[in-house]
Design a protein around this ligand. Structure first.
Ligand code: BGC
Length: 254
């Protein structure tokens, strides 16, 4: 079964039809720069353009970098504040001509990682963290997602973790890899205290530079990095899988 997956980010909106049984994109991914300002209607037009490009109509999965409950946006840290209380599911659905499932970006990436990536077959507590503009998180227990975990907003030294340790902050503050890794290690230690995870998976933009920071990370818990082939696609794949609600996915109501 092929389903359209779309990943909405701060700088780019990416989409492709996905074979949800194998996790493979069935056509080359299309990326369109995120309109600025990223107002709901402007973003919905891009979602529509992606569906048109693939001549697609039908159910779709769409990621969004915020708290999402039943398609409605509840937070706006790195997105325009006019998204708050927007029913993104209904907005995109009116363009796509099929039911649209909207899901937090890191939750979607986590679903893809658990099904096809580093988390495959892993039970216990698994935490995926994406380091990009912000820090996204997804937490699983025996493969089942607890949605909207938002660990990037845990306070570390009085500040949101993502304001100290995102990839954007590393670049902006020109941090050395060891300095940045120390901040990430502190964040991981906090998560260890709270959740005693069995595995951390690191994804997002920074994961392609794993060899630069992994040697400096200190963690009691096993740390894996998102596999290269999933890097730009985990959100797209996860969103499509969530929309498909495949048997055995044991998903909560999103
Ligand atoms: C948002 C999350 C999102 C993360 C990564 C955070 O600022 O609050 O919802 O998953 O950024 O995009």
């Amino acid at each position: 079964m092929n389903i359209l997956g779309i990943d909405i980010g701060g700088t780019g909106i990416k989409g492709a039809p996905v074979n949800v049984e194998t996790g493979e994109l069935v056509a080359e991914r299309l990326r369109i720069p995120t309109p600025q300002p990223a107002l709901p209607n402007a973003v919905a037009d891009v979602v529509d353009a992606i569906a048109k490009h693939f001549d697609y109509s039908g159910p779709a999965g769409v990621t969004f970098p915020a708290i999402i409950k039943k398609g409605v946006v509840y937070s706006a840290t790195n997105v325009h504040e006019s998204w708050i209380a927007t029913d993104a599911g209904a907005l995109f659905g009116s363009h796509l001509g099929g039911p649209v499932t909207v899901v937090n970006d890191a939750d979607a990436a986590g679903i893809a990682e658990m099904r096809f990536g580093s988390g495959r077959g892993r039970g216990g507590v698994v935490i995926l963290l994406t380091f990009g503009t912000g820090i996204g998180s997804a937490i699983f227990y025996d493969g089942r997602l607890l949605p909207n975990s938002e660990f990037g907003h845990l306070k570390i030294r009085g500040k949101d973790a993502e304001k100290r340790a995102s990839e954007k902050i590393r670049e902006k503050q020109n941090l050395e890899w060891n300095e940045w890794a120390d901040r990430v290690s502190e964040f991981l230690a906090e998560l260890e205290k709270l959740f005693s995870p069995d595995l951390f998976i690191i994804g997002g933009g920074v994961s392609k530079k794993a060899e630069k920071f992994l040697p400096f990370l200190t963690s009691r818990t096993e740390v894996l990095v998102e596999p290269a082939q999933m890097r730009n696609e985990a959100g797209i794949i996860g969103a499509a899988c969530i929309s498909a609600r495949l048997p055995g996915m044991d998903l909560p109501e999103i």
